[in-house]
Write a protein that binds this ligand. Structure first.
Ligand SMILES: [Zn+2]
Length: 152
């Protein structure tokens, strides 16, 4: 069994940096209850494991090993946030900034399904995304209500 650092290094070197970061990004988007990689990820993973049999692992371990921010390539940290059953949207400018500059900043709440029990839910955030958000217009002008991310 390889170490997490060795796995990341070999996977990135083998599949290339762009595919590696796309692979990580797609892992973040898997539903919490999903136990399967996307079709293209499975192809990439199967080819990698065929050449690196000592890296073979179950999907939950793979998700843990690659829990990195695809933008900053730093380790994500666990955090408990409010569970929210209502749908909410952000203003377009904030959402665009979030996607491009801080996709994994610490959320103050997460939407959950009706069958989720409890008032909080665990998620992960990137400390570097959080730093970028905290130094952005969205936090430094917090006293101006129009610049606050809005939700409905
Ligand atoms: Zn980040």
């Amino acid at each position: 069994m390889v170490t997490t650092v060795e796995l990341r290094s070999r996977l990135k070197h083998t599949i290339g940096s762009d595919t590696y970061l796309r692979f990580i990004k797609a892992l973040h988007r898997l539903p919490r209850t999903n136990t399967k990689l996307r079709y293209w990820q499975q192809d990439v993973w199967d080819s990698f494991v065929a050449a690196n049999p000592d890296c073979d692992m179950v999907i939950d371990d793979l998700i843990d090993a690659l829990r990195l921010c695809e933008l900053h390539e730093v380790e994500m940290q666990a955090v408990e946030v409010r569970a929210c059953r209502d749908h909410f949207d952000f203003v377009r400018e904030y959402e665009q900034d979030m996607v491009e500059r801080f996709p994994h900043a610490k959320p103050d709440r997460l939407m959950v399904s009706d069958d989720h029990r409890g008032s909080t839910i665990q998620t992960w955030f990137c400390p570097e995304c959080e730093r970028v958000l905290n130094t952005s217009q969205w936090r430094t002008k917090a006293d101006e209500p129009c610049d606050e991310p809005k939700s409905w």
